[in-house]
Design a binder for this molecule. Sequence first.
Ligand SMILES: *Cc1c(COP(=O)(O)O)cnc(C)c1O
Length: 837
Amino acid sequence: MSNRRPEQQARLTSKKHSDVALTVPAFLDTIRYHARYSLGKRWGLCSGRELFTAVALAVRDALIDRMLETEDRYQQTDPKRVHYLSMEYLLGRSLKNNLSNLRMLDLCRDALRKMGVDFEEVMEGECEAALGNGGLGRLAACFLDSLATMGMPGYGYGLNYEYGLFKQDIDNGYQKEKPDNWLIHGSPWQIERPDEACIVPLYGRIEHGIDRAGQYNPMWMDWKIIVGVPHDMPIVGFGGQTVNVLRVYSARSSAEFDMQIFNEGDYLKAVEQQIASETISKVLYPSDLVEAGRELRLVQEYLLVACTLRDIVRRYEKSHATFDQFASKVAIHLNDTHPALAVAELMRILVDEHAQPWEKAWETTQATLSYTNHTLMPEALEKWSVSLLEYVLPRHLQIIYEVNHRFLAQVASVWPDDHERLRRMSLIEEGEQKAVRMVNLALVGSHSTNGVSALHTQIVKTSLVPDFYQLWPEKFNTKTNGVTPRRWLLQANPLLADLITSTIGSDWITDLGKLRALEPYAQDPDFQQAFMMVRRSSKTLLTQIIYDRCRVAVSPDALFDVHVKRIHEYKRQLLNVMQIIHQYLRMIQDGITPPVPRVYIFAGKAAPGYWAAKQIIKLITSVGQVINADPRVQGLIKVVFLPDYRVSLAEQIVPATDVSEQISMAGTEASGTGNMKFAMNGALTIGTHDGATIEIMDEVGQENIFLFGLQVEEIRQMRAGGSYHPRTYYHRNPDIRRLMDTFASGLFCPDEPSRFRWIYESVLDRGDPYFHLADLESYIETQERVAQAFKDPVGWTCKAILNVARTGKFSSDRAIAEYAREIWNIKPSSSPPDATG
Ligand SMILES: *Cc1c(COP(=O)(O)O)cnc(C)c1O
C-alpha cells in the first residue's frame, strides 16, 4: 500500500496569532475576567466545574478570533466546501485538544500554576461530549480534526443531543445505564445561533394539484413544524490556522405554530406540543448498529438533513444566482445511511422550491452527494417502512418512488427481463411490510460510495450490492479509516510523543508518514531503553486507575492484554473469555504455569436492549471475580472490567496496552479504528484477517503482528456448504470440551449455575453463528506465541517500536487527503496573497 501524505501540511506560524502574542499574564487576566463577568464568581470561590468553564471561555476567545478569520478567508476565496453529515460525533473532552492544537498547552499550565491551580484537576471539570456510540462517531470527530489541520473548508453537521451516550455503572457484575445529562450546565464550546434557526415541516398530506401549464403539481399541506436551532462548536486544526465549525441542531417548538393553538385557548395542548417538539433531539439512540423502525429516530434523521440542507442552500444563495454551480461549490457527505434522506430532500428543494426540471435536479443531486458504507451486518442495514414514511414525510416518499421508477427503467434497459435483478435493486423492498432500503437510496443518489477498508469495500462490491457494482463500477472506492495523531498520540501519550519528537523532530504531528524515521532506532539500545521506560510509566498510571475503579491490584510488569470496544457478538469478547478460561483451567487442573503474568483488561458498553451483550459483561465480571480471588493463580492472571468506556478512558488505556485484541469474525468488522490507535502507540495486535487489521499487517510486517483464524472466503464456504459443526471441535479437542463445560456447570456463577448455559447452547446447539470454536484452537496457539514473545523484552520492544514507526498510513490526515482529492474535489484554503493585513 502506498503511504500518501496530506497534500499540504498545516503551517505552524501565523501572521496574526503567533503563540508569543499571548503571554501568561494576559491569559491569566482573561481567565479571571471570565470567572468574574461570565460566571459572576470570585476566582477563589470557583468550584472545579467553574474553574474549567472560566479556562474554557478564555480558550474560546482565541478560538472565536480564528474562526472568524477562517470564515473571512472562505468568504474571500469562495472555495468548494464539504459538509459532513453524521448522526454521531464522539468528541470526548475538548479543553486539552483545543489548547494543544492552539499550541497553548504549556502557557495554560503555567498560568494555572501561577494561580495555584492544578491543570489536570481543571480538565476533570469538563463533561465529555459523547454524542456518539463508538467507531462511527469517533471517526467523524477525527475527520473534523484532520479537515481543520489541513486547512480544508469542511463543516460537520449533527444533532445536539441533550443526553449523550448513557453512562455505564457495573452493579453486581451487570451493566446499569445512567443518563448522561451532559448539557445540564451548558457547554462553553457551543455558540447558540437562534437567528439561523431552521423551520422544518413534518407530517401532513399531499394535495394532488395541476399547475397553470397543466403539469402535475403536488402540494405538501397541513404539516406540523419543528424548529432546529444551530449550536456552533469551533474545531481548531493543529497550529491554529484554521478553525472550522461543527454545527449541531437542537429541536425547539415553533413559537408561531404554537401561538395559533394558544390563541385558540388550548393552553395545555400548546405546551404539550412544545414538549413533544423538544423531545426530538433529547437523546442519542444507544445502539452502535442501527435503530430502525422508530418514528422518533426517523424524525431525528430528517431534522439533521432538513436543517443542514437549508443551511447549505441559504449560504450558497448568498453568493450565487442560479444552481448551475451548486455541485462545483458544495460537496455533501453521508456518514452511513442515517442521513440518506438528503437524496429526497435535495430533490424536493430543487424541484419543488426552485422549480428545477427533474433531470437537471437529479444531475445536481448525484454530483453533490457521496456516501460511506460502514457495515455489512444485515440487521444494521437501515430500512424504513413505507407506511411510516408516508405518515411522517409524504412528499419525500413520493420523490423516492419517482427516483425508483426512473432508476428501474434504467436497470431494465441494461438487463431486459431480469425481474429478479429489478427486485434486488429496487429502492422498495416488497413484501408484507413494504420498506425503503436506505443503502439503495444512498447508492443511487450519490456519485461515490466508499467502504472503509480494502477488504470491506471488496465485500460491498461482491456480496452486499453486486448488482450496483456491475451497473456502476466507477462509483465504488475504498477509503481506509484513520485516527487523528493529535488526540491519539500527541495528547493521549505525551511521554511517547516527546520521545519521538526529541528523536526525529516534530513533523510527524502533521505528517505521520515521517514516523518511518524511527525504524533505525528499533535496534538502538538507548532508544529501546527510553521506549520501555515510557511504556512502564503509562502502565503504572493504568494500574492506579484499575485499582481505583475495580479494586484489583495488578503489576505493571505483567502483559497488559486489552480488549476495549462496544460489546457485540461479532466482536467476539466471548472468544477472549473462552481463551482465558482455558488458561485458568490449565493452571489449576493441569498445573501448567503460563510463560508470563497477564492482566486481561476489558471495557465497553452494551446497547441497553441487547441481552446477549449484557450477559457477556456479566460473564467477564464473573470470570474475573473467580480468577482474581483464587490464591492458586495469584500473580499470574487477572481479569478486570473497567466501567464506562469512553474517549477519555480510551486515552488512558491505549498508551498502556501491550496486546491489542482485534478478534472479530473475519468479514464483520468493516475497518476498526481502535486497532489503529493501539498499533500507533506501540501495542502489538493479536487479530483476525478482518477490516483494516489486514492493512496494519501489510504496513508493520507479518513478524510484528499476530494474525490467526479463518479468513472471509473460508468462512463463506463453510457457511454455504453447511460444513461448520461446532460439536466436532467440542468432541475432538478435550481442552475445548473442558472450557465449554464450565458454561453448563456454573463454575463461574455458583449462585445461579444455569446463568451461562445459554452460551453452551448457542455455540454447540445453535450453530455458533460467529464461529468461536472454529477459531479457538488457532487463537489459543497464537496467544501462546504472544506470551513467548513477551518473555523477550528487547525483542518485544523492537517490534513495538516498528509498529509505531510503520503506522503512519492510519492517520486520518491521509484518509481526508484521499476523500478531498478523489471524492469531494476540495483543496486546502490558504489566505490569498494580497488579503493578509
Ligand atoms: C476508537 C473508539 C472506538 C472504536 O473502537 P473499535 O475497536 O474500532 O470498535 C469506540 N469507542 C471509543 C471510545 C473509541 O475511542
